[in-house]
Ligand binder design. Structure first.
Ligand code: PXP
Length: 248
């Protein structure tokens, strides 16, 4: 299975970070999402954290009402978040760790250590029509656990790869890229769709975008930062260009 077009999900959390630094309404993450949509984003990603440090409940209401592209709703596997997801029925729900004890050593969700509970947790979300994805480290034990619980999608955590790139640690970068490459192929062989995200930049996105079995990248912080200098629409279009160039 080879993903045809590599989708770009733009994460607008950090527009809300800037807004919340002052309180009030500006800048509005829903407005950013609509600009991202017009700029060619294939989806919008937003993480409603338990502490509401960036996106807040009203932002999710606004995104659901305004978007025509799919919303990828990132959340912790809590009862409160499950109720919110069941109310909104977003296109996708991506489960992410928020607490230290939910994480594997590499920082993704520890699906292998919680598979029975997670299987029960995701069942109503899937019944409601959301595609459930697990944000995991590129680790075979975690991929196997995702298969066991019937997750149709995984998102591989690119943080260690992105950090190594930023630090100029090429040996670690290559090692992390190899893990993402191998676990993408393995997951796809099991029938699981693969997304990748966290920490990607114009420089680091290329080798990931070149992996033809990857279906979607979710990118936020770098794009929102770059938007300060060149505007949101051009910042997104440049990411799209980097992705397309790598895949071509
Ligand atoms: N994917 C997931 C699952 C995330 O939790 C995040 C935000 O940390 C991202 C992608 C986007 O990461 P970034 O903002 O570093 O691009």
């Amino acid at each position: 299975m080879t993903a045809e077009k590599l989708r770009l999900g733009v994460n607008i959390d950090h527009v809300a970070t800037v807004r919340n630094a002052r309180g009030g309404d500006n800048p509005d993450p829903v407005r950013a999402a609509l600009i991202a949509q017009a700029a060619g984003a294939d989806g919008i990603t937003a993480h409603l954290r338990e502490d509401r440090r960036h996106i807040v409940d009203a932002d999710i209401d606004g995104l659901i009402a305004a978007l025509t592209v799919p919303l990828n709703f990132e959340m912790a596997a809590t009862h409160e978040m499950q109720q919110i997801a069941l109310r909104h029925k977003p296109h996708a729900v991506c489960l992410v760790p928020e607490k230290r004890e939910e994480r594997t050593t590499e920082g993704g969700l520890d699906v292998a250590g919680n598979d029975n509970a997670l299987a029960a947790y995701i069942a109503p979300l899937a019944d409601a029509g959301s595609r459930v994805s697990m944000f995991i480290a590129a680790d075979r034990v975690q991929v196997d656990a995702c298969r066991r619980i019937g997750a149709p999608v995984i998102e591989l955590h690119a943080g260690a790869y992105a950090d190594a790139w930023a630090e100029g640690d090429w040996a670690t970068r290559d090692n992390e890229l190899a893990k993402i490459t191998d676990m993408t192929a393995y997951a796809v062989s099991l029938g699981i769709e693969v997304h990748v995200g966290h920490g990607l930049t114009y420089d680091s996105v290329g080798p990931i975008a070149a992996l033809r079995q990857v279906s979607e990248l979710n990118i936020g912080h770098f794009i929102i930062g770059e938007a300060i200098f060149r505007g949101l629409d051009p910042a997104i279009q440049e990411m799209r260009r980097c992705m397309d160039a790598a895949r071509a």
